[in-house]
Design a protein around this ligand. Structure first.
Ligand code: BGC
Length: 757
């Protein structure tokens, strides 16, 4: 339908317009009855619906409708499967149509800076490329049903501590390379109907009133067309927010902030056109939903099946020594740990779903006809070692052929609203796992956690399966993986460090009113690689019951320019005896020496399904951005000339093949030459290189022996050739005069001509 939104807005009174820019209550936008504008509803999100009926109270003390809890982001990202995420989004979009929701509040794409963030289970990855691709796929799915998404929390909201006031202090390059790209990709590839700004301040300014973030970058650079809403209660100064680009305040402010808008228009401090524009943006999205209403009914059972399938495609087999998995179905198996009976599959807070059904591993094993014995071993809700329960577990463990321990974090250990204080499982669980390993070497640990845990028993357990928080159908998915009905194919979307103190944000996380992102761009594997640090399990890692070989990595050109794309292909063969899927990961390493960059960064991935013995060629395209870094002098992306390595692997630490390509970039860094520019800086820039060479030669001679003479032994000892070189490189131009390499006038002329080049 072709609506004239502008005209509609012109018919609204100032009060109606101000009212349209904040919620009616917790979940509804206001309508304007007089003009036939209906009130629409939004709801969490992200991995299923948390639609509250009357008495809505935000934190979910009142139940929401029965719905399906799909795997939270922490698990679904491990699928590395865009199509699957689109399928999940489509199902959630249909549920939203069926229950009349105009916008689903998600996906949440904040980068996992530290394993301690209480909301990591809602976030996709430590890697911005992966997070952006997965988010775009999810958004495209939801919005294919004409239901909006609200990508959140924009931006640099990477902890829960003081989340409503703390300032994330992030330098420009780090923001552009790590914390913004997931939003950027999603906006450019999927155009979410809405963006939710975060609670925190960014370099001192509240995200909800940051014009650079909400307007210059989001709309100006990325082309965002929808409306920006606040996180619930994130508004600090409503009028400043509106001017900065915050269209909708959620939830209702009880009219307080609407009045501020009205007064500001009346006293002339707010241009009414700014208000009109916000209302137009909101109404355009409201009607995009209303004009495309679909007849849908809830298909909870089939969505449950889909939730199970997504979990199966995402669970990560971390370790499988002696091929302890899959279980054959013939051995005597003991399940230990209360999570076998009551899995922990979602986190606390705004994303918490009132599930219509939950599957436990124990029930699903018995439904599938597998016989297992069971002992609880430890409580799932607290950290208490219970002697009797532990003794029973040890006894059944000793007499079984194999033991599967279902370990994990209690609800109270991680949630929205607060961060974890450590990275450990409850001590009672670690203790019992170690004791079981003493009596039963054939032990597999299944983990239910929203973020990495230290695994002190990592070397002893033969099998480790990371089920994360996997949604309401996780029990069945775990059983299908354990017994080999499904071949695992998930890969870690984050690094699992050996211990918390290895994490790059360790000394700068939480705490205080300013959080300094001092580790810069070295987040996750970018840091662990640079430090050559041992990790428990690396980014991208995940095993299969079959094996894959990689061969014949090739590119369509050896030399390219900064406007070319590069097609890279590799052949993948399933060399085992089972069908399986492999996620082929493509990383790029900058060897131009232009600046400090991570050893390698993920730039593409493709999941491929192979029958035993089958070979497929995986081809991907790398574009200019795959090679670029963000230069703060240019305030733009920059591609340096030189060699880049293209690496392909099964994980960030399992690189199978690499090739080098030569980049001839037309881009040059700006260089303003002045009296204190060093000879080395001149040498490093193609424009001034010749001048640099000449000056360096003269300076070397100055420190060396006079023309035609040998240097004495003691002089060579005092100033070695290496020192001579180093000193020449760091010499400021002003010293060319004082050391007699040229006159002051000659130097001024030289500087002028270099700046004019
Ligand atoms: C959360 C958002 C959520 C909103 C509505 C906030 O506290 O940060 O992620 O969408 O509440 O429940």
């Amino acid at each position: 339908m072709n609506r004239n939104i502008k005209e509609l807005v012109q018919q609204m009174t100032l009060e109606e317009k101000a009212g349209m820019c904040s919620g009616l209550d917790f979940w509804h936008l206001k309508g304007v009855e007089r003009l036939g504008i209906p009130s629409v509803m939004v709801s969490d999100g992200p991995h299923g619906l948390r639609k509250q009926d009357d008495q809505a109270d935000h934190l979910g003390i009142n139940d929401s409708i029965k719905a399906v809890c799909f795997p939270p982001a922490v698990l679904s990202a491990c699928s590395f499967d865009r199509e699957l995420l689109t399928e999940m989004g489509t199902a959630i979009g249909k549920e939203a149509q069926a229950t009349d929701l105009s916008v689903v509040l998600g996906p949440a794409v904040n980068i996992k800076r530290s394993p301690l963030c209480g909301r990591n289970f809602e976030y996709y990855s430590e890697d911005p490329y992966l997070a952006g691709e997965i988010a775009a796929a999810f958004i495209n799915g939801v919005q294919s049903q004409h239901v909006g998404t609200s990508i959140k929390h924009f931006a640099a909201n990477n902890q829960e501590y003081n989340r409503m006031s703390a300032s994330s202090e992030v330098d420009e390059r780090t923001l552009r390379e790590i914390y913004l790209p997931a939003f950027e990709t999603a906006v450019k590839k999927a155009q979410p109907y809405t963006v939710m700004c975060s609670y925190n301040r960014l370099n001192g300014t509240y995200a909800s009133e940051n014009p650079w973030l909400l307007t210059d970058v989001l709309r100006g650079e990325w082309g965002f067309e929808g409306y920006v809403m606040s996180d619930w209660g994130a508004v600090n100064d409503r009028v400043a927010g509106l001017k900065a680009g915050l269209d909708l305040e959620m939830p209702s402010s009880g009219g307080v902030n609407d009045l501020e808008i009205i007064n500001a228009v009346k006293d002339g401090s707010l241009d009414e056109a700014v208000l009109d524009q916000a209302v137009e943006r909101i109404l355009a999205i409201v009607y995009r939903y209303l004009d495309n209403r679909q007849e849908e009914s809830l298909n909870l059972e089939s969505d449950h099946e889909l939730a199970c399938h997504i979990a199966e495609e995402s669970i990560v087999l971390l370790k499988n020594e002696d091929q302890i998995l899959p279980l054959s179905g013939q051995e005597s198996i003991a399940f230990i740990g209360g999570f076998a009976k009551t899995p922990r599959f979602q986190g606390g807070g705004s994303s918490h779903i009132n599930c219509f059904r939950t599957d436990s591993a124990l029930d699903m094993a018995s439904a599938a006809g597998y016989t297992v014995t069971y002992a609880q071993g430890f409580p799932t809700d607290r950290d208490v070692y219970e002697e009797a329960a532990a003794a029973e577990a040890l006894q059944i463990a000793a007499s079984a052929d194999k033991v599967v321990i279902f370990a994990g974090l209690p609800d109270s250990f991680e949630s929205e609203g607060y961060d974890r204080s450590h990275m450990r499982l409850p001590d009672c669980q670690n203790r019992l796992i170690s004791e079981i390993l003493q009596v039963q070497p054939n032990t597999i640990v299944v983990l239910h956690n929203g973020s990495p845990v230290e695994m002190p028993w990592r070397n002893g357990a033969k099998g480790i399966l990371e089920a994360y928080l996997g949604g309401q159908a996780i029990g069945g998915a775990v059983i299908n993986i354990l017994y080999g009905n499904v071949n695992p194919s998930g890969k870690l979307a984050e690094t699992m460090p050996v211990k918390l103190s290895d994490n790059p944000a360790h000394l700068n996380f939480g705490d205080g009113d300013k959080v300094h992102y001092n580790e810069g761009i070295f987040v996750g594997y970018r840091y662990y690689d640079a430090k050559e640090m041992e990790v428990a399990f690396p980014f991208g890692h995940g095993l299969s019951y079959t094996t894959f070989t990689y061969s014949n990595l090739r590119a369509d050109k050896n030399t390219l320019t900064d406007t070319d794309t590069l097609t890279v292909s590799v052949d993948i063969t399933n060399t085992g005896d089972r069908a399986g899927k492999e996620t082929v990961q493509f990383y790029v390493g900058d060897q131009t020496g232009c600046c400090r960059r991570p050893e390698k960064e993920l730039k593409e991935f493709e999941k491929v399904s192979l029958q035993p013995g089958e070979t497929k060629t995986v081809s991907i395209i790398l574009d200019a951005r795959s090679f670029a870094w963000y230069n703060t002098a240019l305030h733009d992306w920059f591609i340096g000339s030189g060699t880049y390595e293209i690496l392909v692997g099964a994980s960030s630490r399992d690189i199978r093949e690499s090739i080098a390509v030569q980049m001839n970039s037309a881009q040059q860094l700006p260089l303003h030459v002045h009296m204190n520019t060093t000879f080395g800086e001149l040498l490093g820039h193609p424009r001034t290189r010749e001048y640099g060479l000449e000056l360096k030669k003269k300076m070397n001679a100055f420190f060396g022996a006079p023309e035609g003479e040998e240097r004495s032994e003691s002089s060579s000892e005092a100033i070695s050739d290496e020192m001579n070189d180093a000193m020449a490189l760091s010499m400021p131009l002003r010293n060319a005069v004082t050391f007699g390499l040229c006159t002051k006038e000659e130097l001024a002329e030289m500087i002028d001509s270099m700046n004019q080049m």
